[in-house]
Design a protein around this ligand. Structure first.
Ligand code: BEZ
Ligand code: FE
Length: 260
């Protein structure tokens, strides 16, 4: 076993052992926990549990001090290979898609403010009822998922609808443990983005709608103040969300050795 594995696994186990002592854990508690581990596995919810309760700490540790825009968790609902959209950019949607129409627009820049021509923005989101295509009944395959390219001046724009908040699944073991602890199972309304450009660190992030409930008790602890956006009314019942993304340069061996 590597030193790192030894150190990390020992540390995790020591903290569990301390919690057992601090909380006077009984054999009954232990059997309940063992059954819950089995249930999470059988329900295929380990990725969900990790993304709800663990990923935010890993993201902050890995990227919290990085230059450029703030990232946040990826979550379990990204699908690779969403279509690259043609102009005028509009996320695929149903003819009767519910929700307020909005334009999401801004620039993709480097840390010196130079536009990143050809930057790619992979955008995915829940519908107005909080349902993700490909994972939940309702929206058709590919709904509200697509990739757009920034223009020469780094500007991007994509039309979509404002998503709704949603709960993590309540009927599985992740929902059960959330209810047992008395925590809210809701995520506030948000749009996911994966922003990439050659020579730059990819940015995985979310933009949170400022009027949404649950901004301050997101079950996944993924909200950062810098990522809260205000959709501005733009006439005809449409809104505009403006947000610039700043990408950090890829770390070269030279910058790594300087420790930035
Ligand atoms: C999401 O952002 O879609 C998400 C993140 C963590 C857990 C569940 C959903
Ligand atoms: Fe989400």
């Amino acid at each position: 076993m590597s030193d790192r594995a030894n150190q990390l696994i020992s540390d995790l186990l020591r903290r569990i052992h301390e919690a057992i002592v601090d909380n006077d854990v009984t054999y009954e508690d232990y059997q309940t926990a063992k059954q819950w581990f089995i249930d999470v596995g059988e329900a295929g919810e380990w990725p969900l549990f990790g993304d709800v309760y663990i990923e935010h700490a890993v993201e902050e540790q890995a990227f919290g001090r990085r230059a450029g825009s703030q990232g946040t968790i990826l979550g379990p609902f990204h699908l690779p290979d969403a279509p690259i959209l043609e102009t005028p950019y509009q996320l695929p949607h149903r003819p009767d898609e519910q929700g307020d129409r909005t334009l999401l627009t801004g620039q993709v820049l480097d840390v010196e403010g130079n536009p990143l021509h050809g930057a790619k923005l992979d955008v995915w989101q829940a519908d107005a009822d909080g349902r993700y295509s490909g994972f939940m009944p309702g929206p058709p395959e590919g709904n509200l998922r697509g990739q757009v390219l920034a223009r020469e001046d780094g500007r991007y724009e994509v039309r979509t609808v404002i998503p709704g908040p949603y709960t993590i699944p309540l009927d599985g073991p992740t929902g059960r443990v959330t209810a047992a602890a008395g925590w809210s199972p809701w995520r506030p309304a948000h749009i996911h983005l994966f922003v990439s450009a050659d020579g730059f660190e990819p940015l995985i992030t979310q933009l949170f709608i400022d009027s949404s409930d649950y901004l301050h008790d997101d079950v996944a602890s993924a909200v950062k103040d810098e990522l809260i956006v205000h959709p501005e009314p733009a006439g005809d019942g449409e809104y505009v969300i403006s947000y610039d993304f700043v990408l950090a340069p890829v770390k070269t061996p030279a910058t790594l050795s300087r420790g930035d």
